[in-house]
Design a binder for this molecule. Structure first.
Ligand code: ZN
Length: 114
């Protein structure tokens, strides 16, 4: 892997990580426990609130998962292991890393999945 390419991937990963962390703080309110006071909220709006909360939690789970993958990719960059397939050790194609800088396996390994 050439240094310029790795530096570009590190930028992309770092930028994405900042965005995700900012988004996590911005949406913390919508994941707060739903107020279950039947007197002040009707049954339907309570279900709406629960659904909104469930969606917020699902997207939060996806966000955390992506944060983990980005942090792992940045760690691989630090350890000079970035860009190598975790399964077979070959180089991961640059095009694949450009599409997904967190990719951990090469295209043949990803498509064989055995
Ligand atoms: Zn591979």
């Amino acid at each position: 892997m050439d240094d310029a390419f790795i530096a570009r991937m590190r930028e992309a990963l770092g930028g994405r990580l900042e965005l995700l962390k900012a988004a996590g703080e911005a949406t913390a309110d919508s994941r707060a426990p739903v107020e279950l006071d039947q007197a002040s909220v009707g049954r339907l709006s309570r279900m709406d609130a629960l659904q909104v909360q469930a969606m917020a939690q699902a997207s939060e789970a996806r966000r955390r998962d992506e944060v983990r993958r980005i942090e792992a990719a940045l760690r691989r960059i630090e350890q000079d292991e970035y860009g190598y397939c975790l399964r077979c050790g070959d180089d991961i194609a640059e095009g694949r890393l450009e599409a997904d800088p967190t990719a951990t396996v090469c295209i043949p390994c990803a498509s064989s999945r055995s």
